[in-house]
Design a binder for this molecule. Sequence first.
Ligand code: MG
Length: 161
Amino acid sequence: MQPPFRIGLGYDIHPLVAGRRCVLGGVVIDSPVGPDGHSDADVVLHAVADAVLGAAGLPDIGQLFPNTDPSLRGLDSARIVERAVKEAAAKGWAVGNLDLVVLAERPKLAPHVPAIRTRLGGLLGVSADQIGVKATTQEGMDAVGEGRALACHAVVLLVKA
Ligand code: MG
């Protein structure tokens, strides 16, 4: 028996370095440090895409967008989320809601949460009201706490379209 909903979990972490453009949840944030990686390194969108793909029983983003593919260097991660949503839709699934926890000592995310919710709603085809975004620090512990990394946990509910 297939229930009319599926849950998915996504997680991502990237190093935080000086001089990199900082884009989180598809929103460019004015910051002296940004996440480093092969694509634009948007940890939020990577976690969201993996949550959607996992819920739909699809391969993860590492398989769909290999970080060894030179054509994907600097990729706008919105393209990754759009592909995840499209592939889930092809299997008959639509996003019900999304909830996130962003782990970051810096930059401070609170002022950007409304813009991130709106942007994620647009990418997932839902209203901002169906998007939860929480930010927390690691209280000075580990790489995130020392300001050397950014991480994100995402959970998504897909519903039968
Ligand atoms: Mg990533």
